[in-house]
Design a protein around this ligand. Structure first.
Ligand code: ATP
Ligand code: MG
Length: 336
């Protein structure tokens, strides 16, 4: 069920907050999937800088620099500005206006009961997120999706409550105004693997346990050599447990053809963890060579980056303006 403006294809919106360079977890869990979606869907990929500000407001100076880093990572990992609309959220301030309008239709209790919010307020100790904006984080997400009338949103399990809230807000808006003005988005669940960081916790910027897509070869080698392997294998002669070893899991993801052999060498003590890691470092260095080259190319041509964002903003804004104008009329703003 697409529409005329998308050439019959369904529309997808997804985004990432510019809080740092992207790591292998982001690549495996999101970007690989996004890259594939471009073949089949009308895609909008957003760098969500308003959303970054909600938690980074005390020291927001890095948001602009991180936007550039994320843009470079997007393009060097295969997002294609010719096929997809790649844009910065704040370049389309229509998002902020729709956010305000939709906030009128969002009961506070819906936000307060949001499990992700409750969890983050408890767990995020490095930032004070007891601000008004952070409570409304999912309302801005709703506006991000609704303003493009996106039908599908690629999400992991952990984002489902946010999407459910977006659907409820859209339903409430449409039902109170007696018109199917906004599109109720569906989740497009992705069964992406969860990549662990070098310390075996979930790879995450906030844990500092990540390998970045843009890490130079020597940094990759250093981080891989620091990876925790099978905790039960102490001496070379001890048989390994590849299914419990994070390093072996990396082979599964980044060099699946080699994985059976690696698992055999580990299980039957044919090589030690150091050999295994040294080889994995080579695999990752090779694997990231192409994005690294592309990054160097883009860094040498900042005008290309500016053009991509300017073009993305123009295309996004054309779609967003249309929805916002309809909504404004519907809610009695700006017309007499
Ligand atoms: P933060 O620490 O600020 O939460 P993060 O490193 O966890 O940052 P997010 O911005 O939360 O990254 O995530 C962006 C996208 O990458 C999301 O779609 C998320 O599901 C995916 N992602 C993040 N970390 C991983 C991981 N370790 N494995 C798989 N996917 C991941
Ligand atoms: Mg996260």
């Amino acid at each position: 069920m697409g529409n005329a403006s998308t050439g019959g294809r369904q529309r997808i919106l997804s985004g990432m907050r510019p809080t740092g360079r992207l790591h292998l977890g982001n690549l495996v869990g999101a970007l690989w999937n996004w890259r594939m979606l471009q073949d089949e869907y009308d895609c909008f990929f957003m760098i969500a800088d308003y959303h970054a500000l909600m938690s980074e407001y005390e020291a927001p100076a890095d948001i602009a620099a991180n936007t550039r880093e994320v843009l470079i990572d997007f393009i060097s990992c295969g997002l294609d500005p010719a096929r997809s609309v790649i844009f910065r959220q704040s370049d389309v301030p229509e998002h902020a206006e729709l956010h305000l309008i939709l906030s009128c239709y969002t009961p506070i209790s819906w936000l307060e009961r949001n499990p992700t919010y409750k969890e983050q307020v408890q767990q995020l100790v490095t930032r004070d997120i007891h601000n008004y904006a952070f409570l409304g984080y999912p309302v801005l997400q709703t506006a991000d999706i609704a303003i493009y009338k996106a039908n599908l949103v690629p999400v992991g399990e952990d984002q489902l409550p946010h999407l459910e809230l977006a659907r409820e807000v859209v339903r409430r808006f449409n039902s109170l105004l007696g018109r199917e003005a906004l599109v109720e988005p569906q989740a497009k669940l992705t069964a992406a693997p969860r990549l662990l960081g070098i310390d075996r916790r979930k790879m995450s910027k906030s844990y500092g346990n990540q390998i970045d897509v843009a890490d130079p070869p020597d940094a990759i080698r250093k981080k891989v050599m620091a990876m925790i392997t099978d905790p039960l294998r102490i001496r070379l002669a001890d048989p390994g447990h590849p299914e419990d070893c994070n390093v072996c899991q990396y082979y599964k993801v980044f060099d699946p053809a080699a994985h059976p052999d690696v698992a055999d060498k580990c299980r039957n003590s044919k090589w030690g963890c150091t050999d295994c890691k040294r080889h994995l470092a080579d695999v990752l260095v090779t694997f990231l060579a192409e994005p690294r080259a592309m990054r160097a190319e883009l860094e040498a041509h900042p005008d290309r980056l500016r053009d991509i964002l300017a073009d993305g903003a123009r295309r996004a804004q054309a779609a967003a303006r249309q929805t916002l104008d309809e909504v404004r009329t519907l809610v009695g703003l700006g017309k007499m």
